[in-house]
Design a protein around this ligand. Structure first.
Ligand code: DC
Length: 232
């Protein structure tokens, strides 16, 4: 490869369409840092749930805002996974943030302005040196509008629900396909209609619909796009 310039790769799109798997594979291939920003919103949601700030499933915005200064989020690379694990105040929460309970509350928490402000500032700092692949909902539109390569991922909602269902049941979670499908559809709606930084395709993003694509096919697609951007 003749061009060693490090760029920012922004990957946005719907929930459960394999953004993190794709982003992680790209980062490994390029030797870039992978940052899963959804994990950060999930971590704040978990903390709020554990500290009683989402009573009966309703997020108490004022309380969550007041607790933000008590939440210290960081990532530590886990060589076994080939990716970073997320910690809140020193506790490993990587698997606790993936439950359906957190999934059901995360859209409400991520629509709070103060939460977004804190996490966006952290994300911008993490990408300051470039050479990052960041996945989320607003990376190409808000966090790094100047990213050199922006990808907008999507897939059929039922295909996405089936993928997540397989993942969760393989871990032993007691869930139904119906409730996962409901969660996928309602999160799409919430993410795209919230007032602050709604999910939308950046004008200069390229669309990847992976409903019927294997990971290998997605990587092939990526290699072409990357070569184009890098002028290789
Ligand atoms: O990528 P994920 O499904 O783990 O993300 C969880 C939630 O976090 C998602 O429903 C919306 C929110 N999110 C966000 O608002 N902005 C981001 N950059 C990433 C995630």
């Amino acid at each position: 490869m003749s061009n060693n310039r490090k760029i920012i790769i922004a990957i946005d799109g719907h929930s459960s369409c394999g953004k993190s798997t794709f982003a992680k594979a790209i980062a490994a291939r390029l030797g870039y840092i992978f940052i899963d920003t959804g994990a950060m919103y999930r971590a704040v949601t978990l903390y709020a749930l554990e500290h009683g700030a989402i009573p009966s499933g309703i997020a108490d915005e004022e309380r969550i805002e007041a607790m933000l200064s008590d939440i210290d989020i960081n990532f530590r690379f886990n060589p076994k996974r080939g990716a970073s694990d997320i910690y809140v105040n020193g506790d490993l929460v990587e698997s606790k943030i993936r439950t359906i309970e957190v999934s059901n509350c995360v859209s409400a928490v991520s629509s709070i302005g103060a939460v977004r402000q804190k996490l966006v500032a952290m994300q911008q700092e993490m990408g300051r040196k470039r050479g990052v692949v960041m996945d989320g909902r607003d990376i190409g539109t808000v966090v790094f509008p100047e990213a050199e390569l922006k990808i907008y991922m999507t897939a059929d909602p039922m295909v996405r629900a089936e993928r997540r269902y397989k993942e969760l049941t393989a871990k032993g979670d007691n869930v139904t396909l119906e409730e996962i499908y409901e969660n996928v559809v309602s999160r799409d709606k919430a993410d795209m209609s919230r007032a602050i930084s709604p999910l939308r395709k950046a004008d200069d993003a390229i669309v990847l619909d992976n409903s019927h694509m294997s990971v290998a096919e997605q990587m092939e697609w990526f290699d072409k796009e990357f070569a184009r951007v890098m002028d290789l």
